[in-house]
Structures are given as structure tokens and as C-alpha cells.
Design a protein around this ligand. Structure first.
Ligand code: AMP
Ligand code: ZN
Length: 116
């Protein structure tokens, strides 16, 4: 997906504050943070959303969730966090490249976020 913004971040064509990277996934700070810790985690390979995943995506999805706590702790959310995956039209997904939001910080995140 040559013009997908998160594919372009994964390729290094658009700058992002990367906080974790390996061969399969990339985590970077959200450009418009809703909480003191607000990180997006993406598969480097383009997947549109949780509404389009297949069995072939199971390993990378597992890796994204397995790394979430390590990323949250390293970024300053030492005692838990919230994961959100806006999906499709009903989920009001804005960027059509699968990502999870990790939101947290030193204090509880409060009620369900209105829009992140
Ligand atoms: P959504 O697809 O609804 O989960 O929202 C997309 C999220 O991506 C929003 O929280 C944006 O602030 C964030 N975002 C959009 N462009 C960038 C970018 N270039 N770098 C970092 N975060 C971004
Ligand atoms: Zn993409």
C-alpha cells in the first residue's frame, strides 16, 4: 500500500517518534495524544483492520498484544493501560492500516475515551 500513511511510517518515509520496533511490528507515539502515554502499534505489513484479518495474521496480532505491556511500562504506564482498536465504519477508524492504541500514564485513564 504505497500511499498508506502507516505503511509510509513503517518504511521511514514519514517521521514518527518510534518507541519499539522489530521485524514484524512498529510502535510510535500518536501525533495527537489523548493521554500522557498514547502509543500506536502496527504490523509493518499492511493489514487494513480487525475486520479484514485472516488466520495468516494470527502471529503478528499475537505479537502486538504480547508486546503491549512492555511498551506501556517503558513509556510511563507502569501499572496497566487501555487498548483500543477502532475498526471500520462503525468503529470510526480513521487510518485504514490496523493499529492498536495503548493509552495510559501515571494515573488511571478514566471513563471510556470519547474519541481517540
Ligand atoms: P483511528 O484510525 O480512528 O484509530 O485514529 C488514527 C490515529 O492515528 C489518531 O489517533 C491520530 O492522531 C493518529 N495519527 C494519524 N496520523 C499520524 C501520524 N502521522 N503519526 C502518528 N499518529 C498519527
Ligand atoms: Zn498500510
Amino acid at each position: 500500500m504505497s500511499d498508506c500513511i502507516f505503511c509510509r511510517i513503517a518504511r521511514g518515509e514519514i517521521p514518527a517518534k518510534k518507541v519499539y520496533e522489530d521485524e514484524d511490528i512498529l510502535a510510535f507515539n500518536d501525533i495527537n495524544p489523548a493521554r500522557p502515554v498514547h502509543v500506536l502499534v502496527i504490523p509493518k505489513r499492511h493489514i487494513t483492520s480487525l475486520a479484514t484479518v485472516t488466520e495468516a495474521d494470527t502471529p503478528v496480532l499475537g505479537k502486538i498484544l504480547t508486546k503491549a505491556n512492555e511498551i506501556a511500562v517503558a513509556q510511563g504506564s507502569p501499572d496497566g493501560f487501555r487498548v483500543i482498536a477502532n475498526t471500520g465504519r462503525i468503529g470510526q477508524q480513521e487510518v485504514q492500516h490496523l493499529h492498536i492504541h495503548i493509552v495510559g500514564g501515571p494515573d488511571p485513564v478514566g471513563p471510556m475515551l470519547k474519541r481517540i
